[in-house]
Design a protein around this ligand. Structure first.
Ligand SMILES: NC(=O)c1ccc[n+]([C@@H]2O[C@H](COP(=O)([O-])OP(=O)(O)OC[C@H]3O[C@@H](n4cnc5c(N)ncnc54)[C@H](OP(=O)(O)O)[C@@H]3O)[C@@H](O)[C@H]2O)c1
Length: 304
């Protein structure tokens, strides 16, 4: 149970969020004392009052505007997006910094896209993006706010751990999971991407928070996997009758308001600093996700 009394060890921001609830479940399993924050990110006074009342040792920020039904929403709601993703996150980081509290920010790696040169897909001889490569994807307002806040956090706050997730995948068919998202689309592009297998990586996030690591980490499994490879696993383990259609990036652009990032991240820093952690190559990790889903009897998604 969340501990609402003083001196919780972990304070989670984002009470109703998908990732926040998985993090809470993990803390529960570990028998940790934690609470969910009741303030909005941008509410300075409420944030300060709660930090002073609960005195958490660690704050885990899983809150942010992600858009509903998807990030296209952010294109037409720019002030709301800035309020949470920039002003709010900076406010939280600043309130934590002035109290000496470590903050883990669940951020995004959707700051990059492949180019025709050095950053081609690795299968074509390209090099994955490191934490020090400057963002080169500005096709969505959501990603732009995330890039702006990352730059401010990394340059001004030494209490913050920034974990860049991409296309997170859970062991179910939650509508937030990348698998369920693409399995529901009428047509999908087919591009290799870095993905974050949450069952493997959320425990690593908590360990990194415990150890007080700071700075930016690409937070995905190593390697990249294409949309079709993921859907083939879905067909193999969940729905043998499943079929899908591909379309090109140019065709996709016609039905979206904002662009979508496609890229592979370099995770050598993550692996170097977490030598004991089980972080499998993404194909092996995804195969395990589907095996776990099959073992617990996950049913195919209803046709859209
Ligand atoms: N899911 C993905 O595909 C993905 C990929 C990469 C990175 N991430 C990042 O990981 C984080 C968590 O993602 P998620 O998928 O768990 O998102 P989610 O399910 O949309 O949850 C976001 C949470 O943030 C809360 N929130 C938004 N603005 C807030 C504010 N100003 N103050 C306090 N709470 C606020 C929302 O509460 P309300 O509904 O009450 O506003 C909600 O509880 C986000 O920052 C997201 O950008 C997600």
């Amino acid at each position: 149970m969340p501990d609402e009394s003083a001196q919780v060890r972990f304070l989670i921001v984002g009470r109703t969020g998908w990732i926040a609830n998985m993090v809470a479940e993990l803390l529960e399993q570990r028998g940790e004392r934690y609470a969910f924050a009741s303030f909005r990110l941008e509410q300075r006074e409420a944030c300060e009052l709660e930090l002073d009342a609960l005195r958490p040792q660690r704050v885990l920020n899983c809150a942010g505007v992600t858009g509903r039904p998807n990030v296209d929403w952010c294109e037409d709601h720019r002030r709301e997006t800035v309020r949470s993703n920039v002003l709010g996150v900076l406010n939280l980081a600043d309130c934590c910094a002035s109290r000496g509290i470590h903050l883990t920010n669940f951020a995004t790696g959707c700051l990059y896209h492949y180019d025709d040169g050095e950053h081609r897909p690795t299968a074509e001889g390209g090099r994955p993006f490191t934490e020090d490569d400057p963002p080169n994807f500005f096709g969505s307002y959501y990603s732009r706010t995330k890039a702006m806040v990352e730059e401010l956090l990394r340059s001004a706050f030494d209490n913050v751990l920034i974990l860049r997730l991409r296309m997170p995948v859970s062991d179910d068919l939650s509508p937030r999971s990348f698998v369920a998202k693409i399995a529901r689309y009428e047509k999908v592009v087919n591009i290799p991407n870095s993905m974050t297998v949450l069952t493997e990586l959320l425990p690593v996030a908590l360990d990194m928070s415990e150890r007080g690591l700071t700075g930016v980490y690409n937070f995905t499994n190593p390697g990249s996997i294409s949309h079709n490879e993921v859907l083939e696993l879905y067909r193999k383990y969940i729905d043998p009758k499943f079929q899908w259609k591909n379309f090109t990036l140019e065709e996709q652009a016609k039905i979206l308001k904002a662009g979508r990032s496609n890229c592979e991240l370099d995770v050598r820093k993550l692996l170097r600093d977490n030598p004991g952690a089980q972080i499998r190559e993404v194909h092996a990790a995804m195969e395990e996700v589907f095996r776990r889903m099959q073992a617990k009897g996950v049913k195919p998604l209803a046709a859209p």
